[in-house]
Write a protein that binds this ligand. Sequence first.
Ligand SMILES: [Zn+2]
Ligand SMILES: [Zn+2]
Length: 254
Amino acid sequence: MASTSAARGTVQVTVLGGGDAFCSGANLNATYLVESARSTFLVDCGPSVLYALKKQAVDTARIDFIVVSHLHGDHFGGIPFLLLEYMYERPRTRPLVVLGPPGIEDRVRSVFRLLYRDVAARPLPFAVEFRELVPEQPTTIADVTVLPIRVPHQDEDTSLALKLDVGGTGILYSGDTPWMDRFFELARGVDLFLCESTGYDNSMGKHIAFTELQPRLRRLECGRVVLIHLGREMRERGASLGVECAREGMVIRL
Ligand SMILES: [Zn+2]
Ligand SMILES: [Zn+2]
């Protein structure tokens, strides 16, 4: 894998949860903390987000915004708990921006109402600004540009892979998706590719199987590949895979 010329030493990615929907191998649901000179944000926000943040001693108040890849519960189900945190435990006044696929606002508000009907009936003491991501249209927030790419993981909802430019550092996040050859092009030159590999020799529905990813790894022209969203069999094989696998608390400096 080739090295890249992007700016170094300014971006840090912490794996708060690198697991699949089943918390296989006791790994928390998908939640990644990205910190740059100007931004602190989450990529996906699994239901275990508060536990994950507090376990890594991250002050929840530091989160500027959240980018959601798709509307499956293991990727956005933590947002209602974060809203609750900001109402009571760590009172927030500044706006929270949530970027995600079409329908994100309705889905988050619906889940919040279902989980906390009494609380959700009252106005939040801070603004939540939802921004819908449109595939192929880059969106910029602070020093981060998000390029959403539609992936064939869901039929009725829109699932996205996310290519992030974080102040000059490139991160490609596959989200949940089957393999697409377009990842070769998208990964070219990025510093980090967080690539899902849910199954070992079975794509577990609309996901990537490691046996189809493995022969393609050497063709990826990016700085570093870390496998994410690992299912039970992948966790059991662990170190024998010979590839970096996301684990809780893992810090990736770029
Ligand atoms: Zn998932
Ligand atoms: Zn999913």
